[in-house]
Design a protein around this ligand. Structure first.
Ligand SMILES: [Zn+2]
Length: 87
């Protein structure tokens, strides 16, 4: 099983082609892919392998109180004034 980071922010799921299987983003912010072919296809469209440490050690805290895994934008309120935080 491989963990991939979806491209950009606000991407909550990735689909394999038209009508293909959909991989939802998991709680750790990554997409879990078992199928090697699907992994390659997702990487072709911008997904990147998550490092061992990628989402275990840090998050970004929004003024609204939400801890986001992405720096760019709060997943709850859409705020962009996030501060880095270690859980
Ligand atoms: Zn927020």
């Amino acid at each position: 099983m491989t963990r991939l980071l979806p491209p950009g922010t606000g991407c909550r799921e990735m689909q394999i082609g038209e009508g293909g299987p959909v991989y939802p983003q998991q709680r750790d912010g990554t997409i879990h892919v078992e199928n090697k072919r699907h992994e390659r296809l997702l990487r072709q469209v911008g997904a990147t392998p998550a490092g061992m440490f990628a989402h275990s050690a840090r998050g970004w805290r929004c003024p609204c109180g939400h801890l986001s895994y992405f720096r760019a934008r709060c997943g709850r309120c859409g705020g962009t004034d996030l501060e880095e935080e270690s859980p």
